[in-house]
Design a binder for this molecule. Structure first.
Ligand code: ADP
Length: 261
């Protein structure tokens, strides 16, 4: 049984934009999968679905899981996480299984200290104060932010704010980490630190990114999305070496694969 199973998922925003069209794939426990595609491909929309962040889907109940005829509905298809079909009833359990880290840390951070921010998720899980403290300390240590735990999040650098967001999600011990452009706006050292951290995490990862070098380095498998459709789902090198495929979908060959051209 895969950790994530998506079958024939389609989604149209209320204003009529078809953001996902007949998307199907699965992610196994512990797998690390890159999600690539041009701007507007549907990557963020897909990640938000995994965390139940599109509430109109959940309000509509049974239509969430209706298969077929996806063009007629604003949404259709099957989305299962950790053996649970996403619905209003099991939304809290799905959110425990999936940790979503937004592209912009300022969409995620709101505490008055980094520690308070990182504690928010575990507190919401109903854990004891001792367990929360243990988890927060462990997560801050993993992302290398123990020394700034008492600082105001908005006084940190963008790299530190991104790591604080990651700590908040890790403190909830998700089975799937869904990351939206984790290396965007990072300087080379902060990017390298983040990559090293990601490689050390055992949970499954679905990483949406334009940083194809990072994807090449840490994801054995890539899903290429364009205009809401899965255009390829293959081992990373076979996709990232395929220049015609990349160019057809608004991407470029990563520089490290240029030799021999
Ligand atoms: P990506 O993350 O790959 O850049 P998005 O998931 O952000 O792609 O967007 C997919 C499509 O959905 C785009 O056409 C975008 O304009 C549209 N879209 C994204 N968010 C909204 C929204 N809140 N309302 C309407 N359309 C949206």
């Amino acid at each position: 049984m895969p950790l994530v199973e998506i079958r024939n998922l389609s989604y149209r925003y209320p204003d009529g934009v078809l953001a996902l069209s007949d998307v199907s794939f699965a992610v196994d426990e512990g797998e690390c999968v890159g999600l690539v595609g041009p701007n507007g491909a549907g990557k963020s929309t897909l990640l938000w679905h995994l965390n139940g962040l599109l509430p109109e889907r959940l309000r509509e109940g049974p239509r969430w899981s209706s298969e077929g005829n996806h063009q007629a509905n604003s949404h259709a298809g099957v989305l299962r996480v950790a053996d649970m079909e996403l619905s209003a009833d099991n939304l809290p359990a799905v959110r425990r299984a999936v940790g979503l880290v937004f592209q912009d840390p300022d969409d995620q951070l709101f505490g008055t200290t980094v520690r308070e921010d990182v504690a928010f998720g575990p507190l919401n899980l109903g854990l004891s104060a001792d367990e929360v403290r243990l988890r927060v300390d462990a997560a801050l240590a993993v992302v290398g932010l123990s020394n700034v735990a008492e600082r105001l999040p908005h006084h940190l650098s963008v790299g530190e704010r991104k790591r604080a967001c990651l700590a908040g999600v890790l403190a909830c011990r998700p089975r799937l980490l869904a990351l939206d452009e984790p290396t965007a706006n990072l300087d080379p050292r902060a990017r390298r630190q983040l990559i090293r951290m990601l490689t050390q995490l055992d949970c499954a990862k679905l990483i949406a990114s334009h940083d194809l070098e990072m994807i090449l380095e840490i994801c054995p498998r890539v899903i290429l999305l364009d205009e809401g459709r899965v255009r390829a789902d293959d081992p990373t090198e076979s996709i990232l070496r395929d220049e015609p495929l990349l160019l057809a979908h608004g991407l470029e060959l990563p520089a490290s694969l240029w030799h021999g051209r």
